[in-house]
Design a protein around this ligand. Structure first.
Ligand code: FAD
Length: 439
């Protein structure tokens, strides 16, 4: 087995578990983190960006998209890493769907437990990764030290990209928006509801964030209009809260502040909040190494390895509509074992054929390109495939069932699924498994 020198970009959940798996497999690991602490998305900050839509490429980046009140949308048993359960600790936030600070504390515990902090270079941003001779990768980084910036370029055998994908906003295109006089922000820059007091607000989107934000703003705003592409027929529809309406999408905006909806209704609106998701963004990679086209990162074998550079370059955590921590853990085990030579990859031609077959199947079934990494329909199949590659146990049955049960519960109790549920039997099974790990 070979121990390689590996650079990991980012110290969020993906980078931390990648570092642990690479280190366990005998590789020499350096984790580059442009912020001052581990946790990535889970490091909440009240700060927002200067451009509330996040379109100015020169803006100072705020990494996290969390809002102050955010609680997890997955139950903790399901959400945690396989061999380091996310259990409630007396004296901390013991709720089953805890607040964001508890997730950060869990990641900090994880990092301490496996001595990952000492592998991390904080305040150090990777600004460039280039392919050099003999398959080495040159990593150029900039360390910010007070007012000083120092620049360094080093050679690595491999680079594992774990830079997250909830920082570069995607914004809805709205006819007429250039002359519309209201304010627009992306949910990336939403923190608290108070600034929306007495305002008329449109929230665009159907994600977990759109649901949370519209519900929370409704307590302060005069009116909230949710514009949702997948809204069922029969809109505008008044929702359970008195001042909230559901619409199909926006038709156009007018220069007098009016927003016209496709269902024929209209409102004079102060603010539009775009809860319209994010773009994958790898500013440190050359476009002919990896291309992002309509949010498809490609070409990538099984969402991880670009065939022409495998295994030197890999990506952890790209899939979405999933349970992220365990998926990142399995991808990391796979990458670490491939790099050490314990597991062989197919040839680059075979990997490319696999990618092309995947794209053709997407086209045949009408699955849009921008959903390339939306693997919600088959995430556990994918996880199990990774586990079997690595000789690791398959995903626990209780975890799969709990995920299903949570979705059903969210649908049945959109306002209360975090505090009321019907899957106590699965919690018992989870804790039986955890008991074996925690002794
Ligand atoms: P991140 O956590 O984003 O970490 C990436 C890290 O890379 C950051 O620390 C960043 O500073 C660093 N970085 C970026 N570029 C560079 C560079 N060039 N050089 C050096 N460092 C760099 N998941 C759940 O499991 N449960 C939930 O309830 C849940 N809720 C969510 C709610 C919101 C609003 C959002 C946005 C996400 C939520 N997620 C949830 C998904 C969450 O993103 C993942 O759980 C996970 O934290 C992703 O980890 P990551 O390491 O891939 O990315």
């Amino acid at each position: 087995m070979l121990g390689r020198r590996v650079a990991v970009i980012g110290a969020g959940a993906a980078g931390l578990v990648a570092a642990r798996e690479l280190h366990r497999e005998g590789h020499a690991v350096v984790v580059f983190e442009r912020g001052g602490r581990i946790g990535g998305t889970w490091v909440y900050t009240p700060s927002t960006e200067s451009d509330p839509l996040g379109r100015d490429p020169k803006r100072k980046i705020v990494h996290s998209s969390l809002y102050d009140s955010l609680r997890t949308n997955l139950p903790r048993e399901c959400m945690g890493f396989f061999d380091y359960p996310f259990v409630a600790i007396p004296g901390r936030d013991i709720r089953r769907f805890p607040g964001h600070q508890e997730v950060l504390s869990y990641l900090e515990d994880f990092s301490r437990e496996f001595d990952i902090n000492e592998l991390v270079r904080f305040w150090t941003e990777v600004v460039r990764v280039d392919v050099e001779d003999e398959g080495k990768l040159a990593v150029r980084s900039q360390k910010i030290n007070g007012g000083d910036i120092s620049d360094e370029t080093e050679l690595y055998d491999a680079v594992v990209v774990c830079n997250g994908h909830y920082t570069e906003p995607r914004v809805a295109e709205i006819p007429g928006i250039r002359t519309w006089p209201g304010k627009q922000i992306h949910s990336h820059n939403y923190r608290i509801p108070e600034p929306f007091l007495d305002q008329v607000v449109v929230v665009i989107g159907s994600s977990a964030s759109a649901a949370d934000i519209s519900r929370e703003i409704a307590d302060f705003a005069k009116e909230v209009h949710i514009a949702n592409r997948s809204a069922s027929a029969g809109t505008p529809m008044k929702l359970s809260m008195n001042n909230v309406w559901l619409h199909s999408m926006i038709e156009r905006t007018l220069a007098d502040g009016i927003v016209l909806f496709k269902d024929g209704s209209q409102a004079k609106v102060d603010v539009i909040i775009h809860c319209t998701g994010y773009r994958y963004h790898f500013p440190f990679l050359n476009k002919d190494v990896i291309n992002v086209d309509d949010n498809r990162v490609g070409p990538l074998y099984k969402h991880v390895f670009p065939p022409s550079l495998a295994p030197s370059l890999s990506f952890i955590g790209l899939p979405w509509k999933i349970v992220p921590f365990p998926l990142c853990e399995l991808q990391s085990k796979w990458v670490a074992s491939v790099l050490s030579g314990r597991i062989a990859l197919p040839t680059s031609e075979e990997m490319m054929d696999d990618v092309n077959n995947f794209y053709s199947e997407m086209e045949r079934t009408g699955w849009p390109k921008r959903y390339t990494h939306n693997i919600g329909e088959y995430q556990f199949e994918y996880d199990d495939w990774l586990a079997s590659q690595c000789g690791y146990p398959l995903v626990e049955e209780w975890r799969k069932k709990m995920y299903e049960a949570t979705w059903k519960n969210k649908f049945a109790r959109p306002d209360g699924y975090r505090d009321e549920w019907d899957d106590d039997d699965l919690i018992v099974l989870a804790h039986e498994d955890f008991g074996n790990l925690l002794v």
